[in-house]
Design a protein around this ligand. Structure first.
Ligand code: ACO
Length: 339
């Protein structure tokens, strides 16, 4: 007899605390008007369709590693944790510095975290939430005491700057969070879920050569090693899957939407976040939105939100916070915490 497949955590993982957050922004700001000078678009189109007003991109001297290092160092400082106390560093990214070594291994070295474990995770925009679920699971299992989770992207390196369908959407950045074991039994991960549907890979992909092309009428701008996206299909996927992610977390924990103090969604389109707020009958102030300033930074978007919220005093002990992200793969991940 085959046992039913369980992907969502059936029991809460308590005794885990968010101890510090950090963030790094690249040096160059590109406004919608800057982009309108590069491709046929306008500030009005971008703002109305996406909520994005500007995004940051790296200067030549900035890399995925330098952004990740800066974000993680700040998170360590906020957590008042010595780097060598870290047991594990996850780096969620779809733009690693090289194919090998994993950028996370260099990150461990860059922050002097001794011989901590290092693993890059590529689940596109869902990567950070995937990784925070893994961090919670490791701490809950007793195999780690302090785990750093970094989400970082240099998407400007894989954006086709002549393709207006994609280049207006993305930005670079990095965010970091540290999770630690605690004796407090009233905080931790109340629910977690990850999932994927590889049948939808053609809706968002980055082909290296002709071998990687879908071979039918799917979107291809003509430039290899750049992001190709069917915006409409991704939008439909994001809206419908997000609904399932949120409902699954609420049903499983017996909580109502109104019991959540904050909801942090991947920043892919302000309209998707506004739609979720309407459906849950919650004010938009319960959601954190910074897509207007940073665009879609894929795996970096959720930790950048977390850091800004923490700095603004919007993540308080006892708060229930739902994190959810969706992205290429297709992939999705949900993580519900009591802080
Ligand atoms: N400026 C002006 N016009 C544009 C631009 C632009 N930058 N881009 C597309 N258009 C045009 C199109 O060519 C089209 O013109 P046509 O009707 O003459 O063919 C028209 O605008 C409408 O295009 P749509 O693609 O239908 O526009 P839509 O309302 O769907 O908005 C968008 C496009 C913003 C990309 C939306 O589909 C979206 O946000 N999708 C989700 C994308 C996303 O989040 N991707 C990130 C990764 S995955 C994730 O995070 C979930």
């Amino acid at each position: 007899m085959t046992a039913p497949r369980v992907r969502a955590a059936a029991r809460p993982m308590l005794g885990i605390r968010l101890t510090g957050t950090g963030m790094a922004l690249p040096g160059r700001v590109l406004s919608n008007d800057d982009l309108a000078a590069m491709v046929e678009t306008s500030d009005a189109w971008i703002t109305q369709r996406t909520g994005i007003r500007q995004r940051c991109v790296v200067n030549p001297d900035q890399t995925l590693l330098s952004l990740s290092t800066q974000a993680l160092q700040q998170a360590l400082a906020r957590a008042a944790l010595a780097p060598q106390e870290l047991d594990m560093v996850f780096l969620a990214t779809m733009t690693p510095q090289m194919a090998t070594p994993a950028t996370s291994a260099r990150l461990v070295d860059a922050v002097a975290a001794g011989d901590a474990g290092a693993l890059d995770i590529n689940a596109a925009c869902s990567g950070f939430v995937y990784a925070m679920n893994l961090a919670a699971s490791m701490i809950h299992a007793g195999s780690a005491q302090h785990v750093a989770v970094v989400g970082a992207e240099v998407l400007s390196e894989i954006v086709d700057w002549t393709d207006r369908r994609t280049c207006v959407l993305f930005g670079d950045g990095a965010g970091a969070a540290i999770f630690s074991r605690t004796d407090r039994a009233d905080c931790g991960c109340l629910f977690q879920e990850v999932g994927s549907d590889g049948r939808g890979w053609k809706q968002l992909y980055c082909p290296r050569s002709p071998r990687d092309l879908p071979g039918d009428d799917h979107v291809f701008s003509g430039t290899f090693n750049t992001l190709q996206m069917n915006g409409r299909e991704i939008y439909k996927f994001a809206v419908s899957r997000l609904e399932k992610c949120i409902d699954g977390a609420l049903e499983s924990t017996g909580l109502a939407a109104a019991d959540l103090d904050a909801i942090v969604l991947h920043q892919s389109n302000a309209r998707i976040i506004e739609g979720a707020a309407r459906r849950l009958k919650l004010g938009l102030d319960r959601f954190y939105v910074n897509i207007d300033r940073y665009g879609n930074t894929a795996a970096a978007s959720v930790p950048m939100c977390m850091h800004e919220m923490a700095e603004a005093g919007r993540l308080q002990p006892g708060d229930r916070v739902l994190f959810a992200a969706l992205g290429g793969g297709l992939t999705w991940a949900t993580s519900l915490w009591q802080l």
